[in-house]
Write a protein that binds this ligand. Structure first.
Ligand SMILES: NC(=O)c1ccc[n+]([C@@H]2O[C@H](COP(=O)([O-])OP(=O)(O)OC[C@H]3O[C@@H](n4cnc5c(N)ncnc54)[C@H](O)[C@@H]3O)[C@@H](O)[C@H]2O)c1
Length: 430
């Protein structure tokens, strides 16, 4: 049998992707589009059925691409983990959430690794892509895979490669986002780099799985801390009667040494609110306290409260209270142009307003219904929204007509500067 290196070069390597979500599906399609034989493994039968019917369920992945690769026989999906034995390379892209205690929940990774262990074959390459703390690949994945007697780096190859996909970003996609790869040993790094190098423009090898794991956490902690800083600057600017957005725009003209971050209603998504806590948990195990992460988490998680405070101030100018007012939220997904609701700060804003007695509704073309705690709402088409006391722009989807919004509503609280350049006593920015 040809060695894996040759199979990768000839694109005859069979690639298995475990977890067909926001990360796994684009990756699987990219491999399939480039001629690899791809099998997607997921425990969710609705996703498996959708793929085998040639349908995408992720906005960034075109249904045409899924349909074409499935029709060409290059991509199929299954819930049957036994087919892992037929794979040459296996990418694990399952969720890594936090427990209620904010400790890492590796249960999905452990489950996926158990499935790989049950079917592992000599010569296979196993890569973990799920975001996790430094040491996971070597301390959790490797010992489990070695239980059946095969040795990492010798009998099978093992690497970590963080996923950097940015849902909704049209400029940078799987192919154009450089891929960091760290193997258990040199041979593992080289094979993983060769595999990704056949579908991704730039591969960045690093010296170990731990470095690759830490790279991802540095990137996302960098964002979380800078967003925390700019959110604090926004609160400060409001006290000083300064427009923080104007300040950021002017600071951004500096051609070096400054990178703009923007305030908002709070952190959302599966990465920025979660990943830094993977790092602080691991640091604590080593007797190190991550003060920046804790502080940024504190500021960022206070933002929904601040939005509600601004809504109260806006209503006050009309001698109204939150209690009894009709408040309409534009955009509930965690960021613009996506349908992902995970950790969305709009949920906190809605929940806080609900507790204060507001009558609530929302518009989000990407989120037709919303169930959260006591809330059970359906998206209302923008033209049907009527009798609103105050509108809140929580998520600045491109499809919204902001000019019309500014004209139609008696009060607008804009958490994203979506009404940039528009003036009026009825517009309240963060
Ligand atoms: N979403 C992003 O933008 C993003 C970006 C970079 C990194 N990440 C990281 O990538 C990982 C995956 O995130 P995601 O957003 O794709 O998650 P997701 O929830 O969209 O997808 C995960 C998929 O894994 C499946 N799954 C769960 N357990 C499984 C098992 N044991 N076997 C097979 N399938 C299983 C789920 O059914 C789901 O389809 C996480 O670690 C996340 O932090 C996500």
């Amino acid at each position: 049998m040809a060695p894996l290196k040759d199979k990768i070069r000839d694109r005859t390597a069979r690639v298995g992707i475990i977890g067909l979500g926001y990360v796994g599906l684009p990756l699987a399609v990219e491999f399939a589009k480039n001629g690899f034989d791809v099998t997607g493994f997921d425990v969710d039968t609705s996703k498996v059925d959708a793929i085998n019917a040639g349908r995408s369920y992720i906005l960034d992945v075109k249904t045409e691409d899924v349909a074409a690769t499935v029709k060409a026989g290059k991509f199929r999906a299954t819930t049957d983990m036994a087919s892992l034995k037929d794979m040459d390379a296996i990418d694990i892209c399952v969720p890594t959430p936090l427990r209620k205690t904010k400790d890492p929940d590796l249960s999905y990774v452990v489950q996926a690794v158990d499935a790989v262990k049950a079917h592992i074959k000599p010569g296979q390459l196993v890569i973990l892509e799920s975001t996790t703390y430094p040491g996971t690949t070597d301390e959790v994945v490797r010992p489990a895979l070695e239980e059946k007697g095969l040795r990492a780096g010798v009998d099978f190859y093992l690497a970590f490669s963080p996923e950097r996909v940015d849902p909704g970003n049209e400029s940078f996609v799987t192919k154009s986002i450089p891929k960091v790869v760290g193997g258990f040993n040199r041979a593992s790094t080289e094979l993983a780099a060769a595999l990704y190098g056949s579908i991704i423009d730039t591969v960045v090898p690093v010296s170990s799985t731990q470095v690759a794991e830490m790279v991802k956490l540095l990137e996302n902690t960098f964002r979380a801390v800078n967003i925390g800083l700019v959110n604090e600057i926004a609160l400060m600017s409001h006290r000083m009667n300064l427009d923080v957005w104007e300040v950021i725009d002017a600071a951004s003209t500096k051609p070096f040494g400054f990178m703009p971050f923007y305030p908002g209603p709070g952190l959302g998504g599966h990465c920025i609110p979660i990943d830094p806590f993977y790092l602080s948990w691991k640091a604590r195990q080593n007797g190190f306290e991550c003060r920046f992460i804790e502080l940024a988490g504190h500021v960022n998680s206070s933002m929904p409260e601040y939005v509600v405070e601004r809504v109260g101030e806006a209503l006050n100018t009309k001698k109204k209270s939150v209690n009894g007012s009709k408040i309409h939220v534009f955009g509930v997904a965690y960021k613009k142009d996506v349908s992902d609701m995970r950790e969305s700060p709009a949920l906190d804003v809605l929940e806080l307003l609900n507790r204060r007695g507001a009558s609530l509704s929302y518009t989000d073309p990407y989120v037709p219904t919303l169930q959260h705690l006591d809330l059970n709402l359906c998206s209302i088409a923008e033209e049907k929204v009527d009798g609103v006391d105050c509108a809140i722009i929580c998520t600045n989807h491109k499809v919204f007509d902001y000019d019309r919004m500014a004209k139609r509503f008696p009060l607008v609280v804009d958490t994203r500067n979506a009404l940039k350049g528009m003036a009026g006593d009825h517009i309240f920015r963060l």
